[in-house]
Design a protein around this ligand. Structure first.
Ligand code: 4NP
Length: 152
């Protein structure tokens, strides 16, 4: 059974689409794509059905990662059973997830675990915020893959 990983932010248009795309590319590079199921979602539904924010698409494309086919969705109640690991981009969204968790299966955690830190919401800022977020998310995803491969 592949390990199912869900990345979660607020809108599922800026940070978690980047995490989904970056983690998938790291998994592909590691030749591990048959060992992971990867998705992303938002705790909010405002952008459901929409593609990622153009600024996320652009920064990912500069690093050779295509986000353009992703579409936003809200976290479903079933996700807590369907996914092994649910990764929140910040503490606010982790709190929201914990309040909705039925305790079914998924382990809930932050992307940047050490020290407990947020991937900041870049939505209302300029394009440089997306470069900063890209670097944080890539580091978090590298560490996550190392962790999961070790415990695997
Ligand atoms: P995300 O960023 O949670 O990284 O996708 C946001 C996108 C949209 C909004 C907030 C954050 N919004 O308020 O619409």
């Amino acid at each position: 059974m592949p390990h199912a990983v869900l990345f979660v932010c607020l809108g599922n248009i800026c940070r978690s689409p980047l995490a989904e795309g970056i983690f998938r590319s790291l998994v592909d590079e590691a030749g591990a794509s048959d060992r992971y199921l990867i998705d992303s979602a938002g705790t909010g539904a405002w952008h459901s059905g929409n593609p990622p924010d153009p600024r996320s698409i652009e920064v990912a494309a500069r690093h050779g990662i295509d986000l353009s086919t992703q579409r936003a969705r809200q976290v479903y109640p079933d996700d807590f059973q369907a996914f092994d690991t649910i990764i929140a981009m910040d503490r606010d969204n982790l709190t929201t997830l914990k309040a909705r968790d039925t305790g079914a299966k998924a382990q809930l955690r932050l992307l940047l675990a050490d020290p407990a830190a947020d991937v900041p919401d870049p939505y209302y800022g300029g394009p440089e915020g997306f470069d900063h977020v890209f670097g944080l998310v890539r580091k978090g995803c590298q560490d996550l893959l190392t962790d999961l491969e070790r415990s695997g």
